[in-house]
Design a binder for this molecule. Structure first.
Ligand code: UD1
Ligand code: CA
Length: 450
């Protein structure tokens, strides 16, 4: 947006009682991120270099999330809920520092796209003092109506204050607004509370701007982009709309998905070139998948990095801190947690690899368990390059298996194994010739005796 400076004010003071949750509404998640995180990310992507978030009194949890996501953002507290304009003015100090463009966004409207914020900023750059985001909802009830005067916007009427004729208007206020920095504070300060709800309505800024001879404009958006969230049902609807958007973006970026409608993505899921994702895969937050990797059906990944040409699943679980190297193979019913699987290593069946490293080209046999937890603390297991761990072994951490070493099947390994050695940690096999036949003979004798 050229050299124009921008401040985005995010209203996050809603208590969200209709969510029926202890968690404040804006800390609920869609696409693996909080509602608040989505809105802040959109503002950032629209080049808003300054951010202010208005939170409710005592909302330390919301303030903490703001600090985590945007340490530079100003946090303003709205001490009582007295309307959207009152909420915006809680950030008065930040507004007074000046910005060419001021965007007002609601934290419970997470699907807003940066391109739309860009369009609103462009309308300010063309000379509008107030830009409203409009949409045409399937059901307009509850929304403020945009009252037009030809092509100009003359006022926004809240439903409770609207006449019958005004209620028939289908173009509604999505809630987002862009204000020219030069006139914003003087307009906001003129807003009163003479309405049905006795609240200070941000929407009154439109009629006030017009009365001052300032220009107003409307930008239209799709309903999916501006759906607000008040209930768990609406949260689920927003999730569905977001998943559609993320799947489409992944397909457009070249990911092959046989059944995209069964794949669940996070907003930050990152794919390389020619990745294949089979049906029923869930990507939690923080996953990166390298070029030509294949994620087979029914796998669950979160906080994990998958290297080029690696093969994951079917039915694999990759937990946070996992890094799978180039061409490595992680097969069915294998769980990885904070595990580094180096290039070309294999863990093809039924294993738990937690807090460990598996060196390049090493083979982890079926049923191998990294016993990382002693009931009090977690410990590390290190398996060297080219090592071979026989099936059904337990590696009791902390323990190191040297490069090229072998561990015999069914071993419980509690001591380090030097490079190129063979370790056997199991009872030696005993064979008793003819024993089974003798047992059968005994049983037979028993039956005859009755
Ligand atoms: C608002 C708009 C309405 C629009 C609708 C879109 C106003 C007056 N009305 O109505 O035109 O169609 O959004 O969804 O702006 N908030 C505070 N502090 C307050 C009041 C509200 O932080 O004192 C926050 C809420 O948490 C919420 C947002 O502002 O995120 C909107 O407030 P809400 O009361 O839901 O407004 P609506 O009646 O939905
Ligand atoms: Ca609302």
């Amino acid at each position: 947006m050229g050299a124009r400076t921008c401040l985005t004010i995010v209203l996050a003071a809603g208590e969200g009682t209709r969510m029926r949750s202890r968690l404040p509404k804006v800390l609920h998640q869609v696409g693996g991120q909080t509602l608040l995180a989505h809105v802040l990310a959109a503002a950032r992507a629209a080049d808003s270099e300054r951010l202010a978030v208005v939170v409710g009194p005592g909302r330390e949890d919301v303030a903490a999330e703001v600090k985590r996501l945007a340490p530079d953002a100003a946090i303003a507290v709205q001490s009582e809920r007295r309307g959207t304009a009152h909420a915006v003015l809680a950030a008065r100090k930040t507004i007074a520092q000046g910005a060419d463009d001021i965007l007002v966004a609601f934290a419970d409207t997470p699907l807003i796209r940066p391109q739309t914020l860009d369009r609103m900023r462009a309308a300010l750059a063309e000379g509008a003092a107030v830009v409203v985001l409009g949409f045409r909802p399937r059901d307009p009830s509850g929304y403020g109506r945009l009252v037009m005067d030809g092509t100009a916007l003359s006022a926004i009427r809240e439903e409770k204050d609207a006449s019958e004729a005004e209620r028939a208007i289908t173009l509604c206020n999505a809630g987002l607004m862009a204000l020219a920095g030069g006139s914003a504070l003087s307009l906001l300060d003129k807003i009163g509370c003479g309405n049905a709800k006795r609240e200070f309505y941000l929407t009154d800024v439109v009629a006030l701007a017009r009365a001052d001879g300032l220009r107003t404009a409307v930008i239209e958006a799709e309903e999916d982009e501006v759906r607000g969230i008040n209930t768990k049902a609406q949260l689920a609807e927003a999730e569905a709309a977001l998943q559609q958007r993320l799947r489409r973006a992944a397909l457009e970026a070249g990911v092959t998905m046989i059944a995209p409608e069964t794949v669940y993505l996070s907003a930050d899921t990152a794919f390389g070139e020619d990745v294949v994702v089979e049906p029923y895969v869930v990507f939690g937050p923080g996953v990166r998948v390298g070029d030509r990797a294949v994620i087979h059906a029914f796998s669950h990944l979160a906080g994990a990095q998958v290297g080029e040409e690696a093969s994951i699943g079917p039915y694999a679980r990759l937990r946070p801190g996992t890094v799978v190297g180039r061409g490595a193979r992680v097969g069915n019913f294998v769980e990885l947690k904070a595990a580094v699987i180096e290039a070309g290593a294999k863990a093809n069946h039924l294993s738990y690899i937690g807090d460990g490293r598996v060196g390049e080209g090493a083979n982890i046999g079926a049923g191998t368990i990294f016993c990382n937890y002693d009931g009090a603390r977690k410990h590390h297991t290190d398996v060297g390059k080219g090592a071979f761990i026989g099936s059904n072994s337990a590696l009791v951490a902390p323990v190191t298996i040297g490069d090229g070493a072998y561990v015999g099947s069914g071993s419980v390994i509690t001591d380090d194994v030097p490079a190129d050695a063979l370790a056997l940690g199991r009872v030696k096999q005993v064979v008793k010739e003819g024993w089974a036949q003798r047992l059968r003979n005994l049983k037979g004798a028993g039956k005859n005796s009755t």
